[in-house]
Design a protein around this ligand. Structure first.
Ligand SMILES: NC(=O)c1ccc[n+]([C@@H]2O[C@H](COP(=O)([O-])OP(=O)(O)OC[C@H]3O[C@@H](n4cnc5c(N)ncnc54)[C@H](OP(=O)(O)O)[C@@H]3O)[C@@H](O)[C@H]2O)c1
Length: 162
């Protein structure tokens, strides 16, 4: 049952995160939206509330552990707890490895890997205490299956160098 479940979503300001938030809220979930772009979060929360759903948001950079903790705290303050942590914030700049976009590699590790770990660290103590809770992470075929294209991706399902 999705109704009344409290779902925290990182990377909620666009794409998969925003669409998931709208879908879950339309089915009665209470969604807690996190990302860096406040105007996008505000517009999404307003859209969900105007449609009869429940949503709150907080500006969150998943690279910062305290931002993840604050997002989980918002879920508790606004809705009394947290049932699901959807670790969706991510980026995927694709380029041939030979281009040596080292800065992009660093960023991907920070957001796609450490960002997910920070989210787990923020919610796991609560899940353990309540003996329940779900983590869901967005991955990619690119994190599971090597392809002929030479590129570097970092997705929660694994670090993939192809
Ligand atoms: N779309 C696809 O076909 C596809 C396929 C496979 C995998 N994926 C993966 O799925 C994830 C979402 O993709 P998408 O297509 O929905 O992309 P998107 O529209 O670019 O959404 C990415 C989301 O992540 C957020 N984000 C990025 N860096 C962040 C940070 N440091 N802290 C907090 N939030 C951050 C962005 O919000 P702000 O910029 O506001 O922070 C945005 O809400 C990515 O990891 C992507 O690699 C996508």
């Amino acid at each position: 049952m999705i109704k009344d479940k409290v779902v925290v979503i990182t990377g909620a300001s666009s794409g998969i995160g925003a669409e998931t938030a709208k879908l879950l809220a339309s089915q009665g979930a209470k969604v807690v939206l996190g990302a860096r772009r406040e105007e996008k979060l505000q517009a999404l929360a307003t859209e969900i509330i105007d449609a009869g759903g429940q949503a709150v948001y907080r500006v969150t950079d998943v690279v910062r552990p305290e931002d993840n903790e604050n997002l989980v705290q918002l879920a508790k303050d606004a809705f009394g707890g947290i049932d699901v942590m959807f670790l969706n914030a991510g980026l995927m700049p694709v380029a041939p490895m030979s281009k040596l976009h080292v800065g992009e590699w660093d960023k991907m590790i920070d957001v796609n890997i450490k960002g997910v770990l920070n989210g787990i660290a923020a919610a796991l103590p609560t899940f353990k205490a309540q003996k329940a809770g779900h983590f869901v992470a967005t991955s990619s075929v690119a994190g599971l299956k090597p392809t002929p294209a030479v590129r570097f991706t970092a997705q929660p399902s694994g670090l993939c160098v192809t």
